[in-house]
Every structure is written in structure tokens, then in C-alpha cells.
Write a protein of this length. Structure first.
Length: 324
């Protein structure tokens, strides 16, 4: 039986995750560009300018130092829908004043089932491309101002098959990566926080343990978070936070910037906006909304422009967090 696999969607994913903007930023050929996809609605709504922010479990994927001063335990689900993939993240965070904070996260990216047909066009199976990341994070506060964090990630990109798969090649590619981060609260001015992180430092992505492989997309990020304290002098229930990051590849070529703003009403209602440079989906702007109700926190965000919107699929990100 002659099998024909429809790789149209897979080709679209590969094109998305190899966007020219990302390639220009690296100066070399990177693999595993899905490691650059954002996680969490807070992150997306702020234009991914999060290296100096503290967004709970979302910090695992931006700057692990961001969980060091978390005060409450957190269980969270982060969901995303783009043309590239459907993403689901389950995360747990346990803070600790003496031993530091710990978090564990499972991130599954589903690139969509691809139908296999025989010569007559009859469906006989599916190809299942997925990416699985397991992350463990540790962070600690040093004195009143410094926070340090590290995330160890094990990743696997795999293509499996279900049904009649005799003529379909399946494979898996594996790697490990490390993220390191720090944050610094400026003494005498609690409204300013600095952050820096090095992300995706690790082994090459190898297919089925073969020699060679593609280098991971290592990124160096520095940023600043600033609370506009004067706003409270005029409107006591409103806070405004601004954030900005500069991102570059490990050779520091072609750096780019990200900007974000968070308008907070009575500490429970958030309106966010951001500008994104070199996004994996090609988006260049974002908005978000957040609402807190006791221990339950809900956030939603979307991006504008890029491959997903051009294809008629609105990029959407939803996060649900429970603090206890």
C-alpha cells in the first residue's frame, strides 16, 4: 500500500519556527526554536518584557530568579493557541524563605495531527508531531536586594505515528538546557528592579542519538522594571508598571528590544500592552487582561500581526493560577 503523508501543516510550523527575524538575530543556524515561544498570558500581554518581572510560575520560562521572593504556593495552567502549535503547561511552585523556592513544570506543544492516506485518499493513520519539555527550577533571595535562579530543562521533539505506519519515518530529538537568571532591587528606590538572564544553554538537539545536531537558541537578556510611584499621588487605587528588555544571541549580534506596560486597578484588575520584536510567530504587538478573585488569578492575552493572524487564526494565551 502506498502511503502519502500530508505535511502541509508541519511545513507551516517549521517555517514559523525558522522565521527570518530569528535567524538574523542568531547569525547561525539554531535548532529547537520552539524554546523561544512565550509561555503565559502575563508574559504575552507585557510584550514578553519579563526578565525583571515576577510573574509567578511564568518566570520559569523568562527568568528563574523571578520566583525567589514568591510568598505563596502556586499551581497553574498556561494554555496557548497559535498557528505553530497548541501549548499546555502545568506548573507547581513552592516558596521557601530558608531553602529557597522550587518549581516544576511540564510543557507540551502539540503541532497538530497530520493525516496519512493511501493511494485512493482513504485515511489510514496519523502522524503526531509534539514537543515535550520538563523543567525544574530553583531560586533563592540573597539579602534584601539580590535574587538568583536556575532552571534545568529536558526537551524532546518527537514525531510518532498511529495507524498504518510501515512507510512513515518516525523520530525523536532530545537535548538538555540550562537557564540562569538574576534580579536586583535597587536600594533606596523600591520602584526599580533590574534583571538579567541567559537562556537555553545546553547540548545540541540530536535526532535519534545521531552524531552532530543543531545548536540551541541561546539568548542573553537584560531588562528593567519600573513602577510609576507618582501615579498613586493622584489615583490611590491605580498602579502602573513599565518594563523593557534587550535580547541578543550569545554572540551579541543584532540585539532587539521588548516593551510592556501593566495598568493595575485595586491590585486585582490588570490591563496590559506590549511591543514584541523578533517573535517566533512574527507578531509585533500584544494586549492582555487579568483578573484576581481571592486566590484565583485569571489572565488572557493575544498578539497582533504575524503568521497566525495572517492565516486567520487569532493567537490566544490563557493562564489560570491558584495561590495557596
Amino acid at each position: 500500500m502506498k502511503l502519502r503523508v500530508r505535511f502541509v501543516a508541519i511545513s507551516g510550523v517549521l517555517a514559523c519556527l525558522s522565521a527570518p527575524g530569528l535567524g538574523a538575530q542568531t547569525g547561525v543556524s539554531d535548532g529547537a526554536l520552539f524554546l523561544l515561544l512565550p509561555v503565559g498570558a502575563q508574559t504575552v500581554g507585557m510584550g514578553q518584557a519579563m526578565v525583571a518581572e515576577r510573574p509567578g510560575t511564568e518566570a520559569v520560562w523568562s527568568n528563574p530568579a523571578g520566583i525567589a521572593r514568591q510568598e505563596k504556593k502556586e499551581a497553574a495552567i498556561h494554555h496557548s493557541e497559535t498557528i505553530a502549535a497548541r501549548g499546555d503547561v502545568i506548573a507547581f511552585l513552592i516558596p521557601g524563605k530558608r531553602l529557597g523556592a522550587f518549581a516544576v513544570s511540564l510543557n507540551v506543544l502539540d503541532f497538530g495531527n497530520q493525516q496519512i492516506t493511501d493511494a485512493s485518499g482513504t485515511p489510514v493513520g496519523f502522524v503526531l508531531p509534539r514537543n515535550i519539555l520538563l523543567a525544574g527550577t530553583y531560586a533563592t533571595a540573597i539579602g534584601r536586594h539580590f535574587s538568583l535562579g536556575v532552571t534545568l530543562k529536558g526537551l524532546q521533539y518527537r514525531v510518532d505515528c498511529s495507524g498504518q505506519c510501515a512507510n512513515v519515518a518516525t523520530f525523536s530529538a532530545t537535548s538538555t538546557a540550562l537557564d540562569l537568571g538574576m534580579q536586583y532591587d535597587v536600594p533606596g528606590d523600591s520602584s526599580i528592579r533590574l534583571g538579567a538572564a541567559v537562556r537555553n544553554v545546553g547540548t545540541k538537539l540530536k535526532v535519534n542519538d545521531r552524531a552532530g545536531g543543531d545548536a540551541l537558541p541561546t539568548r542573553i537578556e537584560v531588562g528593567l522594571s519600573y513602577q510609576l510611584t507618582f501615579v498613586r499621588q493622584y489615583v490611590s487605587d491605580v498602579e502602573v508598571r513599565l518594563a523593557g528588555d534587550i535580547i541578543a544571541a550569545k554572540n551579541a549580534d543584532d540585539p532587539s528590544a521588548r516593551l510592556g506596560a501593566d495598568f493595575i486597578y485595586q491590585k486585582n484588575v490588570h490591563l496590559r500592552a506590549g511591543y514584541i520584536a523578533n517573535d517566533a510567530d512574527g507578531a509585533n504587538a500584544a494586549v492582555g487582561f487579568g483578573l484576581g478573585a481571592g486566590r484565583l488569578l485569571f489572565d488572557i492575552a493575544r498578539t497582533f500581526g504575524g503568521l497566525s493572524e495572517d492565516a486567520g487564526k487569532t493567537p490566544a494565551y490563557v493562564s489560570l493560577r491558584f495561590l495557596f
